[in-house]
Design a protein around this ligand. Structure first.
Ligand code: SAH
Ligand code: SF4
Ligand code: F3S
Length: 482
């Protein structure tokens, strides 16, 4: 499957996806409509927001028209993501002109990046709340009720919302996200996330296991553990990220790393599949790969962004690895988990990237043969290191052509990888009815590949053995076998 900025096929992934949802009874008579953009983390945060508000008696609605409060949970990752949100805010602003009592709030990464500017200069909204301030939302709404504009964009070194049980919204009742870390300390030079999400911190493993148990009890069959860099998960009692060897003896003893967390989560319920995202090449250990190999219910799929295939560009990006290191990690995956699908994020046309360096990206793709990639043109973001230190000097036409070459190659590789599955049988977790025909269901196999097959008497949430007989570059087609 292919994803680009222009074409977002899989709405559950990083990108400019939109989701609207409704849930639960309320008691204060006010309805909240939330629209989410950006990565899975943002969608997961909207569920935390809904939970905080429902406790205060608000009801969520999927109809903007009946909402008393409209929240837009925003993304700043690329300029285009912000433009999409801005257009949306303008259209809500038009609605508000006819319905002045309606409150409009901006949540998430753009709230954090723009701060009070969204209130003062653009005057589009009443409320601006950053990703670490959601517990404050009910009070902030009260402030707006009192005739004031409200802002809280304070970032925290401790907040993980670990004790909050998210209200599952707009989902299929089968798959759910569980956040395990917040923030990011990596400072990749192109990336806005460390500024919008603050310092990295890990969530208490007990609360993670508890949340997975609850999901299992409620019939969920798949859990995706979320973090900007799941491999650097390290619980030592709470607080900002520390390296293991910087912990006290006491902290080391009670510490839990990502491999250990995966063990704990995999054991909650063997019928619940585990996925995780995103893996970082500089931190992914063999221990994690061995835990994956050991547990049947951990899906054999790793999202391992490489961004560029050239070591000089990787250095400029401050990614913390070279091309050789990255390929060594891929080799480790193939050795320890022979049948593991790998996907990537790729950036075309980063500052000063030459034609030869772009060729290195294509040749790395040839070496790894990804099942899937998310591919982007470099988009300069205000205040990032790249914006301050480097010139965004690859001409737009070159960026576009390089991206097109990357997309074409990925399409070829996706097709080649899926063709290898023809004749094989996979366990597929059914997620719902196919968009193209109500006589067909769709689900995913362990590789995260979408599989479509005739419905018969199967339903969402079933595990079905499906024999693959055909494919496109994005989808496997098959038949359930008894
Ligand atoms: N934490 C994840 C990525 C989060 S952002 C990781 O490190 O892998 C998702 C993807 O958006 C990144 O992997 C990168 O490919 C892309 N991205 C981030 N900033 C970008 C920018 N300024 N321009 C273009 N793409 C960007
Ligand atoms: Fe951004 Fe890098 Fe952190 Fe990913 S690891 S969120 S790309 S800074
Ligand atoms: Fe976007 Fe923020 Fe996620 S910038 S990609 S919503 S962490």
């Amino acid at each position: 499957m292919i994803e680009t900025e222009e074409k977002l096929l899989d709405e559950s992934r990083q990108g400019e996806a939109i989701e609207r949802y409704s849930q639960g009874p309320g008691s204060n008579g006010r309805k909240v409509y939330i629209e989410s953009y950006g990565c899975q983390m943002n969608f997961s945060d909207s569920e935390i927001v809904a939970s905080i508000l429902e406790k205060e008696g608000y009801e969520t609605t999927k109809l903007m028209q009946e909402a008393d409060i409209v929240f837009v949970n925003t993304c700043s990752i690329r300029e285009k993501a912000e433009q999409t949100v801005r257009k949306r805010l303008q259209s809500f602003h038009q609605v508000k002109k006819k319905k002045p009592e309606m409150i409009i709030g901006v949540l998430g990464c753009m709230a954090e990046r723009m701060k009070a500017k969204l209130l003062d200069e653009e005057k589009l909204v009443d409320l601006v709340v950053g990703p670490d301030a959601y517990r404050n939302l009910p009070d902030l709404v009260n402030e707006v009720d009192g005739g004031r504009k409200a802002v809280n964009v304070i970032l925290s070194k401790e907040e993980t919302y670990g004790d909050i049980s998210p209200v599952r919204l707009g989902g299929n009742g089968v798959t759910a996200f569980v956040s395990i870390t917040r923030g990011c300390d990596n400072m990749c030079t192109f990336c806005v996330v460390p500024f919008t999400r603050g310092r990295e911190r890990s969530r208490d493993p007990e609360t993670i296991v508890e949340e997975v148990k609850q999901l299992a009890e409620n019939g969920y069959k798949e859990v995706t553990l979320l973090g900007q860099n799941v491999d650097s998960y390290l619980w030592y009692g709470g607080g900002p990220k520390k390296e293991f060897d910087k912990l006290s003896e006491e902290e080391q003893k009670r510490s839990v790393n990502f491999a250990q967390l995966m063990e704990l989560v995999a054991q909650v319920d063997r019928k619940v599949r585990i996925r995780f995202s995103t893996s970082h090449p500089k931190d992914m250990t063999d221990d994690v790969l061995h835990v994956m190999a050991k547990h049947d219910n951990i899906c054999k799929y790793i999202h391992l962004p490489f961004q560029s295939g050239n070591s000089r560009v990787l250095e400029l990006m401050n990614r913390g690895y070279t091309r050789e290191w990255y390929l060594n990690r891929v080799e480790a995956i193939k050795r320890i988990i022979p049948d593991c699908a790998i996907s990537a994020d790729i950036i075309a046309g980063f500052c000063s990237e030459t034609e030869e360096e772009h060729q290195d990206t294509l040749s790395l793709m040839e070496e790894v043969k990804y099942h899937f990639s998310y591919m982007f043109k470099y988009s300069e973001r205000p205040n990032t290191l790249a914006q301050r230190k480097f010139e965004d000097d690859v001409p737009e036409a070159d960026k576009q052509r390089r991206l097109s070459e990357i997309i074409a190659l990925q399409q070829k590789h996706s097709h080649e990888q899926l063709k290898k599955d023809i004749g094989k049988t996979y366990e597929v977790l059914v997620e719902g009815v196919s968009k193209k025909s109500d006589q067909e269901l769709y689900g995913r196999n362990t590789h995260n590949s979408v599989v479509v097959f005739p419905r018969k008497n199967y339903k969402a949430g079933d595990y079905v053995m499906v024999k693959v007989h055909d494919c496109t570059s994005a989808t496997l087609m098959g038949e359930a076998i008894a």
